[in-house]
Design a protein around this ligand. Structure first.
Ligand SMILES: [Zn+2]
Length: 162
Protein backbone atom coordinates (compact mmCIF):
# COMPACT_ATOMS: atom_id res chain seq x y z
CA UNK A 1 0.00 0.00 0.00
CA UNK A 2 1.24 3.52 -0.84
CA UNK A 3 1.01 6.85 0.97
CA UNK A 4 -2.43 7.92 -0.18
CA UNK A 5 -3.93 4.51 0.59
CA UNK A 6 -2.40 4.57 4.06
CA UNK A 7 -3.90 7.99 4.77
CA UNK A 8 -7.31 6.95 3.49
CA UNK A 9 -7.20 3.96 5.80
CA UNK A 10 -5.75 5.75 8.84
CA UNK A 11 -8.15 8.67 9.19
CA UNK A 12 -11.45 6.73 9.25
CA UNK A 13 -9.91 4.04 11.47
CA UNK A 14 -8.69 6.71 13.87
CA UNK A 15 -12.09 8.44 14.01
CA UNK A 16 -13.91 5.12 14.49
CA UNK A 17 -11.55 3.91 17.17
CA UNK A 18 -11.86 7.17 19.11
CA UNK A 19 -15.63 6.90 18.89
CA UNK A 20 -16.10 3.20 19.59
CA UNK A 21 -12.95 1.69 21.07
CA UNK A 22 -11.37 4.43 23.14
CA UNK A 23 -11.95 5.57 26.68
CA UNK A 24 -12.16 9.14 25.46
CA UNK A 25 -14.81 9.44 22.71
CA UNK A 26 -15.20 13.10 23.75
CA UNK A 27 -11.97 13.75 21.85
CA UNK A 28 -14.13 13.94 18.73
CA UNK A 29 -15.47 17.26 20.04
CA UNK A 30 -12.09 18.57 21.12
CA UNK A 31 -10.80 21.69 19.36
CA UNK A 32 -7.56 19.74 18.88
CA UNK A 33 -9.20 16.87 17.02
CA UNK A 34 -7.99 18.07 13.62
CA UNK A 35 -4.48 18.18 15.05
CA UNK A 36 -4.80 14.58 16.28
CA UNK A 37 -5.98 13.53 12.82
CA UNK A 38 -2.86 15.17 11.44
CA UNK A 39 -0.76 13.22 13.95
CA UNK A 40 -2.43 10.00 12.86
CA UNK A 41 -1.51 10.88 9.27
CA UNK A 42 2.12 11.35 10.32
CA UNK A 43 1.98 7.94 12.03
CA UNK A 44 0.40 6.34 8.98
CA UNK A 45 3.26 7.56 6.79
CA UNK A 46 6.04 7.12 9.35
CA UNK A 47 7.00 3.47 8.60
CA UNK A 48 7.85 4.44 5.02
CA UNK A 49 10.71 6.70 6.14
CA UNK A 50 12.65 3.56 5.30
CA UNK A 51 12.74 4.98 1.74
CA UNK A 52 14.84 7.86 3.08
CA UNK A 53 16.96 5.66 5.38
CA UNK A 54 17.70 3.36 2.43
CA UNK A 55 19.39 6.28 0.65
CA UNK A 56 21.83 6.62 3.53
CA UNK A 57 22.15 2.96 4.54
CA UNK A 58 22.01 0.85 1.40
CA UNK A 59 20.29 -2.48 1.89
CA UNK A 60 17.93 -1.06 4.49
CA UNK A 61 15.25 -1.36 1.86
CA UNK A 62 11.62 -0.41 1.63
CA UNK A 63 9.25 -2.04 4.13
CA UNK A 64 12.00 -2.59 6.59
CA UNK A 65 10.88 -4.61 9.62
CA UNK A 66 12.41 -2.02 11.99
CA UNK A 67 10.24 0.85 10.78
CA UNK A 68 7.28 -1.47 10.19
CA UNK A 69 7.05 -2.41 13.84
CA UNK A 70 6.29 -1.12 17.31
CA UNK A 71 9.87 0.13 17.72
CA UNK A 72 9.13 3.83 17.05
CA UNK A 73 6.16 4.07 19.45
CA UNK A 74 8.06 2.02 22.03
CA UNK A 75 11.05 4.41 21.93
CA UNK A 76 8.69 7.38 22.28
CA UNK A 77 6.79 5.69 25.08
CA UNK A 78 9.73 5.67 27.48
CA UNK A 79 10.42 9.43 27.68
CA UNK A 80 6.77 10.35 27.36
CA UNK A 81 5.45 8.11 30.10
CA UNK A 82 8.39 8.18 32.50
CA UNK A 83 6.73 11.01 34.37
CA UNK A 84 3.57 10.77 36.39
CA UNK A 85 2.15 13.79 34.64
CA UNK A 86 2.28 14.00 30.87
CA UNK A 87 0.33 16.68 29.09
CA UNK A 88 -2.97 15.31 27.64
CA UNK A 89 -2.12 16.92 24.30
CA UNK A 90 1.07 14.85 24.19
CA UNK A 91 -0.68 11.66 25.28
CA UNK A 92 -3.47 12.07 22.74
CA UNK A 93 -0.97 12.87 19.99
CA UNK A 94 1.08 9.84 20.97
CA UNK A 95 -2.02 7.63 20.75
CA UNK A 96 -3.00 9.09 17.38
CA UNK A 97 0.54 8.56 16.06
CA UNK A 98 0.67 4.97 17.37
CA UNK A 99 -2.73 4.18 15.91
CA UNK A 100 -1.54 5.59 12.57
CA UNK A 101 1.39 3.16 12.60
CA UNK A 102 -0.94 0.28 13.48
CA UNK A 103 -3.17 1.13 10.50
CA UNK A 104 -0.07 1.25 8.27
CA UNK A 105 0.89 -2.29 9.31
CA UNK A 106 -2.69 -3.40 8.74
CA UNK A 107 -2.67 -1.78 5.28
CA UNK A 108 0.59 -3.47 4.32
CA UNK A 109 -0.73 -6.77 5.65
CA UNK A 110 -3.89 -6.74 3.54
CA UNK A 111 -2.22 -5.29 0.46
CA UNK A 112 0.78 -7.58 0.16
CA UNK A 113 3.50 -5.39 1.57
CA UNK A 114 6.62 -7.48 1.23
CA UNK A 115 9.08 -6.80 4.03
CA UNK A 116 12.81 -6.64 3.39
CA UNK A 117 15.03 -9.03 5.37
CA UNK A 118 12.11 -11.41 6.02
CA UNK A 119 11.84 -13.79 3.13
CA UNK A 120 9.00 -16.05 4.19
CA UNK A 121 5.48 -14.80 3.50
CA UNK A 122 4.18 -16.60 6.57
CA UNK A 123 6.77 -14.92 8.83
CA UNK A 124 5.83 -11.55 7.31
CA UNK A 125 2.23 -12.08 8.35
CA UNK A 126 3.34 -13.14 11.83
CA UNK A 127 5.51 -9.99 12.04
CA UNK A 128 2.65 -7.66 11.07
CA UNK A 129 0.14 -9.33 13.36
CA UNK A 130 2.46 -9.57 16.40
CA UNK A 131 3.50 -5.94 16.07
CA UNK A 132 -0.12 -4.91 15.59
CA UNK A 133 -1.08 -6.71 18.80
CA UNK A 134 1.82 -5.08 20.68
CA UNK A 135 0.75 -1.65 19.40
CA UNK A 136 -2.77 -2.34 20.69
CA UNK A 137 -1.25 -3.24 24.07
CA UNK A 138 0.69 0.06 24.03
CA UNK A 139 -2.53 1.91 23.27
CA UNK A 140 -4.17 0.13 26.15
CA UNK A 141 -1.33 1.06 28.48
CA UNK A 142 -1.65 4.73 27.54
CA UNK A 143 -5.31 4.51 28.49
CA UNK A 144 -6.56 4.99 24.96
CA UNK A 145 -8.14 1.64 24.15
CA UNK A 146 -11.06 0.44 26.15
CA UNK A 147 -11.52 -2.77 24.17
CA UNK A 148 -8.86 -4.59 26.20
CA UNK A 149 -10.26 -3.20 29.42
CA UNK A 150 -11.43 -6.16 31.44
CA UNK A 151 -13.07 -4.54 34.40
CA UNK A 152 -9.96 -3.35 36.23
CA UNK A 153 -10.20 0.17 37.55
CA UNK A 154 -8.94 2.84 35.19
CA UNK A 155 -5.70 4.53 36.06
CA UNK A 156 -4.58 7.57 34.11
CA UNK A 157 -1.92 5.57 32.36
CA UNK A 158 0.48 2.90 33.38
CA UNK A 159 3.88 4.21 34.34
CA UNK A 160 6.52 1.60 33.47
CA UNK A 161 8.92 3.02 36.04
CA UNK A 162 6.61 3.31 39.02
ZN1 LIG B 1 4.89 0.49 4.44
Amino acid sequence: MRGKGHLMLAIPLYVLSVKYLSRTPELLLSPFFAFYCLTTMVGALFPDIDWAIDRVISGFGHRNPLTHSLLGPLLLYIPLFSYKVSHPLLINSYNAFTLGIATHLFGDLIKTGNLTWIKSRKLEHVWYVLNGIMLAVLLYMTDFLEVLHLGASTINFINPFS
